[in-house]
Design a protein around this ligand. Structure first.
Ligand code: XIL
Length: 726
C-alpha cells in the first residue's frame, strides 16, 4: 500500500518547481501532451497507508501538499500539483482529460461496508462536475454518482455527499469526472466515515447465491411482455457464473448498461489519430460487444440497443472540427453527416453480424432538459432544434424494419415533462419514424400507479406508439420497513401493468436497470430485485406475487411501527439538526446574525432551487400539523414546500425582500396513507438562506391515530432522530 519513495520524489520536485506532473497512462497521451511523452507509462500508482484518527477510524484528507499520496490519475489525464502562490496550500490541476470520466481517483477500500462522506472543492469551465464511486462486485464494475455541482471557473465550489459502500464491494474508489473534457482544478478530497465505523476485516465478502431455483420472471410474464435486465459485458466472461445463470433463467431481454453508448462504440483513438480520413464518418469499434451478444443469441435472449444520440456518455471531440476539442465546433452540415454515418454504421453492423437479435433501439435519449424545452447539448448547439427529428429519420432509413425505434427519457410520467416530450415527438410520429416510447422509470416507491398508467396511455394514444419500460428501478422508501414496503410497491406497480395490458395498453417489454442493488447506479436507494449476493428481495417476490396472486411474505424482522408524534424543535444552539439537504446544498450551523440566541442554520451553495434544507415528517401522516420558523434571505422570495409522492406543492410563499428575519407560521393537513412526506425550504434563485426556531408539531391526530394509547406515546419519543438522511 505504501510508496514513500514516490511521495518523496514528488515533494523534492515540489520544492524545486512548485509543480509536479502525474500522468495517467493511455496511448493518446503523447499526441496531446508533449510534456507527458517523457513519462509515457506512469508507474502503477501506489498509495500512502490511510491514516487513522484518534478513535482508530480511517480518514483521508488529501490536500495535495503532503508527501503522503492518496490519489492517482483516472484514465487519461495529467495531474499537476501547484502550490498556490503566497500560501501553504496546493491544488491539483487535472488537464489533458481524454474522456469525460477521466480525472482523479482516491482508493477507499479501507472504508468497505461503511457509509462515507466524500467532500471536494472544484473549479472548472465544465458545466457540471460529478463526484462518483466505483467498485467491483464479484467481477462486475459499478459506478454510482455521489453528488454533482455546476462549478465556477473562478472560485472553488464545494461538492460532497454520503454514500454507502456495499459489503461485497472490492477495488473501491471515489473519483471526480465531468460532463466534458475541460480541465478541473481540485483543492482537496476528503473521505470520512459517517456513523459507527465497521471494520471491513470483520465483514467477509458473502458467497454468491445460485438463482436457478427462483421463479422465472420471463416465463411468468410471457403472456404480457418481455422481461429484461440491464447488464454489463463483464457478466459473460465472469468467473462467477451465478450472474449469467440468473440472467438467462430470469430474463428474455438484455440491454447493455453502458457498452453500446457512443463513448464505447466510437473509436476515439483511430479518429483522433487520423481526423482527415474519419472526418465525416467516425470510426467505430464493436469488438468489446461480441462475447456478450453471441451469448445472448445462443441463449435466445433479445437485445435492446441503448443508445444512439445522447448528450451524455458521448465524447466531446465528436462535435469539433477535426475532432480537436481546442478548436471550433463542427458545422451543422458536418454534424448531420457524422450523425447519419454513425447511425448507419451501427445499424449496418447490427444487420451484418446479428440479424434478428435487436428488437428495439433507443435512437434519442433524454433530449428534454430538466427545466423544460430541449436540453442544451452539443447536438443542439451544432445541428439545431431538428436534431431529434433527423436522428429518427436516419434511424428509420438504416435500421432493419424489425427493429422498433424508441425515444427514451426519465421523469417521463411527470405532466410537464410529458407535455414537452409529446410536443417534441409530434413531428417524428407524423413522419412515421418512431415506434416506441421508452419510459425509463427511475422511481421511488409511492408514485401513483394510476398516473403512471395514464402516462403510458397518453403516449400510446397521442404518438401511436407502443410502450417499453426501459430502465425500471424503484428506490426503497424511507420507512420503518423499507425493503418490505418496496416489495409491496413493486407488487402494486406490476399489478397496475398487468391490468393496463389487459385493458389494452401496448406494453411490449419491461427492463429492470441492473441485476442487484450493489450493481445499481442508484445503489444508495437499493432499487432492484436482488441483493448484492443475488439473494432475492421482497421486491422480486412482489413482482412474482403480482402475477401469481400469492401474498407477499412478511419478513421475520418486520418492525411494527409505533405512532411517533413527538414534536420537532430546532434552535441550532447546540449545533444539532435532524434535517438534511435535498441533493447538493451545504447546510451548517452558523453564528451569522441569528434570529435568537447565538446560532442559526445556513443553507448555501445549492445548484438547483430545490436543493434546500429538508425534514422528513412521514411519521405525521394523517394528522394536522402546526409549523413555525424564522427565515432570512437576500432574495425576494423563499418557499416552504412539501415533497409528497412526487409532487411539490408550496405550503408557504414568503416575501423575504426586506432581508430581515420573517416569522412564518401556519397549519398543514398531512394526507394519510403516504409513503413519505418531506418538508423543505428553498429560495427562488438559490441565494443562501437562514433558518431559526423551527418548530413542527402535531395539533390533531387522524382518525386511526386517535386511538393511540398513552403507552405508545411514551415509547414513541425515543425515535425522534431516526428520520435523518434519505
Ligand atoms: C447509467 C448507468 O447505469 C451507469 O453505470 C453510468 O455510470 C451512467 O449511466 N439514463 C440512461 C442510462 O439512459 O443510460 C443511465 O445509465 C441511467 C439514466
Amino acid at each position: 500500500m505504501k510508496n514513500k519513495s514516490l511521495g518523496v520524489a514528488l515533494v523534492a520536485l515540489t520544492l524545486l518547481s512548485a509543480t509536479v506532473l502525474f500522468v495517467g497512462c493511455k496511448k493518446e497521451q503523447a499526441a496531446t501532451d508533449p510534456a507527458a511523452t517523457e513519462t509515457t507509462q506512469a508507474p502503477a500508482p501506489e498509495f500512502a497507508e490511510v491514516p487513522l484518527d484518534e478513535n482508530g477510524i480511517p480518514y483521508i484528507s488529501e490536500e495535495f501538499g503532503s508527501e503522503d499520496i492518496y490519489y492517482a490519475p483516472k484514465g487519461e489525464a495529467t495531474l499537476t500539483i501547484n502550490q498556490i502562490p503566497d500560501s501553504d496550500n496546493s491544488e491539483c490541476l487535472i488537464s489533458n482529460r481524454g474522456t469525460n470520466n477521466s480525472g482523479i481517483y482516491v482508493p477507499v477500500d479501507d472504508f468497505r461496508c461503511n457509509t462515507i462522506n466524500v467532500a471536494t472543492s472544484v473549479k472548472s469551465m465544465n458545466a457540471n462536475i460529478l463526484l462518483s464511486l466505483q467498485y467491483d462486485i464479484y467481477g462486475n464494475t459499478t459506478y454510482v454518482t455521489i453528488a454533482q455541482c455546476a462549478p465556477s471557473a473562478i472560485s472553488y465550489t464545494r461538492v460532497g455527499g454520503e454514500i454507502q459502500i456495499p459489503n461485497n464491494a472490492t477495488n473501491i474508489s471515489v473519483y471526480i469526472e465531468a460532463g466534458d473534457v475541460k480541465d478541473i482544478m481540485v483543492d482537496y478530497i476528503r473521505v470520512s466515515v459517517v456513523g459507527d465505523y465497521i471494520d471491513p476485516a470483520t465483514v467477509p465478502v458473502e458467497e454468491l447465491m445460485d438463482g436457478s431455483g427462483y421463479p422465472s420472471l420471463s416465463e411468468l410474464y410471457s403472456d404480457y411482455f418481455r422481461f429484461g435486465v440491464a447488464i454489463p459485458t463483464t457478466i459473460v466472461p465472469n468467473e462467477n457464473e451465478e450472474f449469467r445463470n440468473l440472467v438467462s433463467h430470469e430474463f428474455n431481454s438484455i440491454t447493455l448498461e453502458n457498452e453500446m453508448k457512443p463513448e464505447n462504440i466510437l473509436d476515439g483513438e483511430t479518429c483522433l489519430a487520423d481526423p482527415a480520413t474519419y472526418n465525416e464518418s467516425p470510426a467505430l469499434d464493436f469488438s468489446s460487444l461480441t462475447e456478450t451478444l453471441d451469448w445472448a443469441q445462443e441463449n435466445g435472449i433479445g437485445v435492446r440497443g441503448h443508445c444512439l444520440i445522447w448528450y451524455s456518455q458521448t465524447p466531446s471531440w465528436l462535435f469539433y472540427e477535426n475532432y480537436d476539442v481546442t478548436g471550433e465546433l463542427a458545422s451543422r452540415e458536418l454534424m448531420m453527416t457524422r450523425m447519419e454515418n454513425y447511425i448507419k454504421g451501427v445499424f449496418d453492423w447490427a444487420q451484418e453480424n446479428y440479424p434478428g437479435l435487436f428488437y428495439s433501439w433507443d435512437v434519442v435519449n433524454e433530449a428534454i432538459g430538466d427545466n423544460g424545452g430541449l436540453r442544451d447539448c452539443y447536438w443542439l448547439q451544432t445541428i439545431g432544434d431538428d436534431y431529434v427529428q433527423l436522428a429518427f429519420q436516419y434511424a428509420r432509413e438504416y435500421a432493419d424494419p424489425s427493429i422498433e425505434l424508441a425515444y427514451n427519457d426519465y421523469n417521463e410520467y411527470q405532466p410537464s415533462k410529458m407535455e414537452d416530450i409529446l410536443e417534441m415527438l409530434a413531428p417524428v410520429a407524423e413522419a412515421g419514424n418512431i415506434d416506441v416510447m421508452g419510459m425509463q422509470s427511475h422511481m421511488t416507491a409511492g408514485l401513483s400507479v394510476d398516473s403512471y398508467v395514464e402516462a403510458m396511455n397518453t403516449y400510446a394514444d397521442e404518438l401511436g406508439v407502443s410502450i417499453m419500460i426501459t430502465e425500471l428501478d424503484i428506490g426503497a422508501p424511507n420507512s420503518a420497513n423499507p425493503l418490505y414496503d418496496q416489495g409491496v410497491y413493486y407488487q402494486e406497480f406490476f399489478e397496475g401493468l398487468i391490468a393496463a395490458v389487459d385493458a389494452g395498453t401496448p406494453i411490449e417489454s419491461v427492463t429492470v436497470w441492473g441485476i442487484s442493488d450493489d450493481t445499481s447506479w442508484r445503489s444508495n436507494t437499493t432499487p432492484l430485485l436482488f441483493s448484492g449476493n443475488l439473494a432475492m428481495k421482497s421486491a422480486f417476490e412482489g413482482v412474482v406475487c403480482a402475477i401469481t396472486g400469492d401474498e407477499l411474505t412478511i419478513p421475520d424482522d418486520y418492525v411494527v411501527v409505533e405512532a411517533d408524534y413527538s414534536p420537532i424543535y430546532e434552535d441550532y444552539e447546540n449545533g444539532e439538526f435532524i434535517g438534511f439537504t435535498r441533493y447538493s446544498s451545504v447546510i451548517e450551523v452558523v453564528s451569522d446574525n441569528p434570529y435568537e440566541g447565538e446560532s442559526c442554520l445556513c443553507n448555501s451553495e445549492g445548484t438547483a432551487t430545490y436543493d434546500g434544507y429538508c425534514i422528513d415528517v412521514s411519521r405525521f401522516a394523517g394528522t394536522s400539523i402546526h409549523y413555525s420558523f424564522a427565515i432570512r434571505c437576500d432574495t425576494d422570495t423563499c418557499y416552504f414546500t412539501a415533497d409528497i409522492e412526487n409532487e411539490w406543492p408550496h405550503i408557504e410563499e414568503i416575501d423575504t425582500s426586506s432581508g430581515e428575519w420573517i416569522l412564518v407560521e401556519g397549519d398543514y393537513d398531512v394526507p394519510a396513507n403516504l409513503t413519505y412526506l418531506q418538508l423543505y425550504f428553498e429560495s427562488i434563485d438559490m441565494t443562501e438562506f437562514y433558518l431559526d426556531n423551527l418548530s413542527i408539531m402535531v395539533i390533531e391526530e387522524g382518525a386511526e391515530e386517535a386511538e393511540l394509547t398513552e403507552e405508545t406515546e411514551e415509547t414513541a419519543e425515543t425515535a425522534e432522530t431516526s428520520e435523518q438522511g434519505t
